[in-house]
Write a protein that binds this ligand. Structure first.
Ligand SMILES: [Zn+2]
Length: 321
């Protein structure tokens, strides 16, 4: 049972919206593009693991994708958490191409790809830390929980995993696998963890508490790249050639560059505003953002959104909140 579904992370949408709205010659663009590529690859890897996990149809499996839990004024993030009455499984997904060399002795992971070798953080240390934090979180919430197990899953089937030495049978480095082996690993766990530690009622409580405590990463993207809101171009973006701004002509949007027209181009612009600028928008802010002088026109574009406040102080809320 999927308790928290796979969804494109908001940071990917923010980065994409930002890229479209920066002037073509802006010096920060290559860095944002590089980060976005990495994030998309990460997400694709998670989608692969999600696909494999979707075969776990039995209702004893409660599957959570990408949870971000506050603990002691910080957050810890888990790619996948599988909750059962017998055990909890933390899954850390790695999408790393090439040949990955793992040295269990010195806890080191290196990747060689296209002739270049570089180091990566040790994923086993990472899942061990997540395990500790999750245990602390359970104690803090006074929740009963079964043993916490973990897996590091390499999502790209062409990645070659190479161990400098075979880890001993009880080593956590044994829990590094390819995505296609995930169901077999879970079957193994089912055979070793046979004691039911928490009942249905306790499971429901854990499920509710995780979902309640989870917080999306809503951080402002501008400071991350040392830029400001003034760096972006305002106006409606042409879906066909990405030119900004389109011109309002007879209740529609016209692109001066490629001659495409769009009736609802402003909807994407409002979405960009919510992603990049603020979680709510006033009539005046919309008029400035999409270059529309008429208050009535802006009102018609906003009226389907939830509104708070009255008259000129009214503001409209991001529907994805
Ligand atoms: Zn165009």
């Amino acid at each position: 049972m999927i308790c928290k579904e796979l969804k494109i992370p908001i940071i990917i949408e923010k980065s994409q919206a930002l890229l479209w709205r920066l002037p073509l010659n802006h010096p920060i663009i290559p860095l944002i593009e590089k980060d976005l590529k990495k994030r998309k690859a990460g997400y694709n890897g998670e989608a692969t693991v999600y696909y494999h996990l979707s075969f776990l149809k039995d209702k004893k499996y409660k599957i959570f994708y990408d949870i971000r839990i506050p603990l002691f004024s910080q957050y810890f993030q888990i790619d996948f958490l599988v909750l059962t009455p017998f055990y909890i499984l933390i899954i850390e997904v790695k999408n790393i191409s090439g040949t990955v060399t793992i040295d269990p002795l010195i806890r080191q992971l290196t990747r060689t790809y296209q002739g270049l070798t570089e180091g990566f953080p040790d994923p086993v240390s990472q899942v061990q830390r997540q395990t500790l934090l999750l245990q602390k979180w359970f104690s803090l919430h006074k929740l009963k929980y079964p043993p916490i197990k973990h897996l590091v899953v390499f999502s790209n089937p062409s990645t070659i995993l190479h161990f400098t030495e075979t880890p001993p049978a009880d080593s956590p480095y044994r829990e590094i696998i390819h995505a296609q082996n995930i169901i077999d690993k879970i079957k193994d766990l089912n055979e070793t963890c046979v004691k039911e530690i928490i009942n249905d009622k306790e499971i429901s409580k854990v499920r509710r508490t995780i979902l309640k405590d989870h917080q999306e990463n809503e951080s402002d993207i501008f400071p991350t790249y040392g830029i400001s809101k003034n760096d972006i171009m305002t106006g409606v973006r042409c879906e066909n050639c990405h030119h900004i701004p389109m011109t309002r002509v007879r209740a529609s949007w016209f692109c001066n560059k490629c001659s495409a027209s769009s009736k609802h181009g402003h909807m994407k612009a409002i979405r960009d505003y919510f992603l990049l600028i603020n979680e709510h928008i006033t009539n005046k802010e919309l008029r400035e953002f999409i270059h529309v002088p008429s208050r009535t026109t802006a009102y018609k574009m906003l009226k389907d959104l939830d509104m708070q406040g009255e008259k000129k102080a009214a503001f409209y809320i991001n529907p994805d909140k």
